[in-house]
Ligand binder design. Structure first.
Ligand code: SAM
Ligand code: SF4
Length: 326
């Protein structure tokens, strides 16, 4: 079982399938010309499945596929077929661009739920954020999934002055749609020009929503990254992921495997363990996994100040979000 030195058991593995993407969200992908990892550096389907199997034997019960955009991988079907027999809750995070094209494969994967990222309900703003004119496609693919009865969560990164004026529109969606809208505080990563005054916090989000609605907090568990809220008469609900203003490290049960097979024990960890190279050399990877988890810092990779207002993004040592896997 994968316990760290603070007694936290790690049961949730997020696997990035690729650092490639069909969108160019400015807060995720570095602005300068970015070279995607060559296919030979990426974990191949059988490697993903065998490494995932090893993690399951060590107590992992939930796997989320992410990226980059997981569904730009041409061999996503092989990966999904290989993971399907594992006794885990399988989920994914996607930008929703290819959902309609890949619907049969997505349905066959039996995901317990799917997170789709959409930061705006305005087509022009979508283009400004993602660099692509695909708002209608993503918006209709959300309806497609809901019509198929697949539970959906909507990831919305809230940035001050960019889309904080749309918070009530997103909450409005939950009146008729059984969606969980998850507002995510903007986080600093390499190359994303983060500044603390762009963060729209949990309290600010709640304040905006409470001007129109009476909200009630829902009971969560210690591993939750999201603080959840309901509104009477709404089919859906909303949640806030307050990594910056109220981090939730105490109950962390998550680890991440990058698309090039490096284990990261925190989004903000500086240290990575190269599992893929060891796996390719035929060496045992369990001791490497255990050492990585033992070395996990208590909070925020050990490198972010407790007060997010004090963070100097230029001093952070990390990859860009797209190469970590969100
Ligand atoms: N391409 C997929 C997508 O967009 O859903 C999966 C990968 S993406 C990196 C995973 C999640 O991370 C998305 O919901 C995205 O909005 C979020 N994300 C990326 N950069 C972020 C940042 N700087 N702060 C907060 N969330 C971020
Ligand atoms: Fe691509 Fe997702 Fe990053 Fe946007 S957030 S650039 S869709 S990986």
């Amino acid at each position: 079982m994968l316990f760290d030195k603070f007694g936290r058991q790690h049961t949730y593995l997020r696997i990035s399938l690729t650092d490639n993407c069909n969108l160019r969200c400015f807060y995720c992908m570095p602005e300068q010309e970015y070279a995607f990892a060559p296919p030979s550096k990426l974990m191949q389907p059988h490697e993903i499945v065998e490494i995932a199997q090893t993690f399951v034997e060590q107590g992992i019960t939930k796997i989320r596929l992410t990226g980059g955009e997981p569904f730009v991988r041409k061999d996503a079907d092989k990966i999904l077929a290989g993971l399907a027999p594992l006794p885990v809750q399988l989920t994914c995070t996607t930008n929703g661009v290819r959902t309609d094209a890949l619907l049969p494969m997505i349905k066959a994967a039996n995901f317990s739920s799917i997170n789709i990222s959409l930061d705006t309900l305005n087509a022009q703003k979508f283009h400004k954020i993602t660099g692509r004119n695909l708002f209608e496609k993503v918006r209709s693919n959300i309806d497609l999934l809901l019509n198929e009865g697949i539970p959906c969560k909507l990831n919305v990164v809230v940035m001050k002055g960019l889309n904080d004026d749309e918070i009530l529109d997103f909450v409005g969606l939950t009146k008729e749609l059984p969606l969980e809208v998850r507002f995510i505080e903007f986080m600093p990563f390499s190359g994303n020009k983060w500044t603390s005054n762009q963060v729209f916090t949990l309290n600010e989000i709640k304040e905006v929503i409470q001007r129109r609605y009476t909200i009630h907090a829902q009971i969560g568990d210690i591993h939750d990254t999201a603080k959840r809220f309901g509104i009477a008469g709404h089919q859906g609900s909303f949640a806030v992921i307050s990594t910056m203003s109220e981090p939730f490290c105490a109950g962390c049960n998550r680890i991440r495997l990058t698309a090039d097979g490096k284990l990261k024990n925190c989004l903000f960890s500086t240290q990575e363990t190269d599992l893929l190279s060891a796996f390719r050399r035929g060496e045992p990877i369990i001791p490497l996994i255990e050492a990585n988890i033992t070395s996990k810092a208590y909070a925020l990779g050990g490198q972010l100040e407790k007060d997010y207002m004090q963070i100097d993004a230029d001093k952070l040592e990390n990859r860009s979000m797209i190469t970590i896997g969100g």
